[in-house]
Design a protein around this ligand. Structure first.
Ligand code: FRU
Length: 467
């Protein structure tokens, strides 16, 4: 596949009949998409890269796909920016990040190489965007794995702190515990500074996709620990994506921080990356889960996984609040509000806003009929737990996810419903849950019932566009 072919045939690929393709979530018409990569602003445009196997729905042959946007609604036709065709990256151009340095767009990614015995040789590589729009791999920045660590060493994330340039990278120690290492750029060379010192010394066996950012004056580590056991309703997905809020000392690498909190409470969320644009932090996550491919029937249509809506991040009361970037309001076609409503028929794609008065009520339940199956959402005021229940769905992953949201009187929900993805925002972003759902046949409508008469505002949404 080359970029000219992609460009010439894009609309044809997108017009292929599909039951499940989403309308306002970024996804590819074929192949496998996973982590967002290289998020930054360059020449006034948001640069969005992502892991893409354009040749099938397996986790192999990882390229970097590439699109740009100024408004998160109109995207350039996706291209392939990096292909795993060199000796050092033939087993995949794995995740990484980007920055603009002297007006040049620079990408840093993990070149994945495995030998005949499946031993990994990860290298951290610099690539740049050329004037003609193509990308060139320029230089191996880090050629080896530091001693004390295994070859699970990947996903460099570039960041600035105290006017100094760093990247943080995910690692697995030789004692099989996960951590993140910090490199600093000094006189144009990348030097290993050491481990980020956190209180989580034995927290999973590998930390994937670390991000280090500043939100509203707080230093924040976002990372994806693997190997955390479920604890009651916490950590129920195979791998987690969460964060620590604190303060970083770039001289000692000490990070004093609070407790690990999950970023998203749905079934399908992993490997998020944050785009830093001055003081604005915009997070995009992968809607999918490693090692759970069998839960996604879209492979029958030749594609798998999507990216979340871009979300702006703020911190209140030691929690990261996430809300879809305000640019997405332009997707709204019309708004209609139904008062005291208990039954409604929805057409996707849409957003619905519910204001549920729990003053005299202990339990709310919303049933969403997905082609004869029911996706159930509920909230129990006594336990303050919200539940997303997919047990009744015939296709895709099943189970329940519970999480706490603080509600005294009003439960406020903004639910973004795409063809096969639902992103639910609670109490103006205090919690988010992203989950896939699959109708057995092409959905014509979603009948919704709620046990408490409720104000419901429905907005039909437009699709994002590629042009
Ligand atoms: C996370 C991850 C990264 C790796 C990439 C490969 O989902 O496993 O650690 O770089 O995906 O696609």
């Amino acid at each position: 596949m080359d970029n000219q072919t992609l460009k010439d045939n894009w609309q044809t690929y997108c017009n292929k009949p599909s039951i499940w393709h989403n309308k306002f979530h970024l996804e590819m018409p074929f192949g496998l998409v996973n982590d967002p990569n290289g998020l930054c602003v360059y020449n006034g445009k948001y640069q969005i890269f992502y892991q893409w196997n354009p040749t099938g729905c397996q986790h192999i042959n990882k390229h970097w796909g590439y699109t740009t946007t100024t408004d998160f609604i109109n995207y350039s036709i996706p291209q392939l920016a990096l292909a795993p065709i060199d000796d050092f990256d033939k087993n995949g151009c794995y995740s990484g990040s980007a920055r603009v340095n002297n007006n040049r767009l620079e990408l840093v990614y993990t070149a994945n190489l495995k030998d005949a015995n499946n031993i990994r040789y990860p290298r951290q590589v610099l690539a740049i965007k050329n004037d003609d729009g193509s990308f060139s791999k320029k230089e191996i920045l880090v050629d080896d794995v530091p001693s004390g660590y295994t070859t699970h060493f990947r996903d460099p994330y570039l960041f600035k702190h105290s006017n100094r340039s760093f990247f943080i990278i995910g690692a697995k120690r030789e004692n099989l515990t996960g951590c993140a290492l910090i490199y600093e750029e000094v006189n144009n060379a990348w030097q290993l500074r050491g481990e980020l010192k956190t209180d989580y010394k034995d927290f999973g066996y590998m930390w994937e996709c670390p991000n280090f950012i500043n939100i509203d004056g707080h230093d924040v580590l976002i990372f994806c620990p693997q190997g955390i056991k479920a604890q009651g309703h916490k950590y129920n997905n195979i791998y987690q994506a969460g964060y620590l809020i604190g303060k970083f000392n770039p001289d000692t690498l000490e990070f004093t921080h609070g407790e690990f909190q999950e970023l998203d409470h749905g079934f399908d969320f992993y490997a998020p990356q944050v785009l830093v644009n001055k003081n604005r932090n915009i997070l995009i996550g992968w809607i999918g889960m490693p090692e759970k491919e069998s839960e996604y029937p879209t492979t029958n249509e030749g594609w798998i996984y999507s990216l979340t809506m871009p979300r702006e991040l703020h911190i209140k009361n030691n929690i990261i609040y996430q809300t879809p970037v305000q640019e997405l309001n332009a997707l709204n076609k019309n708004n209609e509000t139904y008062l005291n409503c208990q039954d409604l028929i929805l057409n996707t794609p849409c957003k619905i806003t519910l204001d549920i008065d729990m003053t005299d009520k202990n339990y709310w339940q919303g049933d969403f009929e997905i082609g004869g199956d029911i996706l159930k959402l509920s909230f129990d005021k006594n336990t303050q737990e919200f539940c997303v229940n997919r047990d009744d769905l015939s296709l895709g992953g099943k189970g329940k996810r519970y999480f706490t949201v603080s509600v005294k009187e009003k439960l406020h929900l903004d639910i973004y419903i795409d063809t096969s993805v639902m992103e639910i925002y609670y109490q103006d972003g205090e919690a988010v849950a992203t989950s896939c759902y699959y109708a057995k046949e092409k959905l014509s409508a979603i009948p919704v019932k709620t046990n408490i008469p409720t104000s419901i505002t429905v907005s039909q949404l437009n699709s994002i566009e590629f042009n």
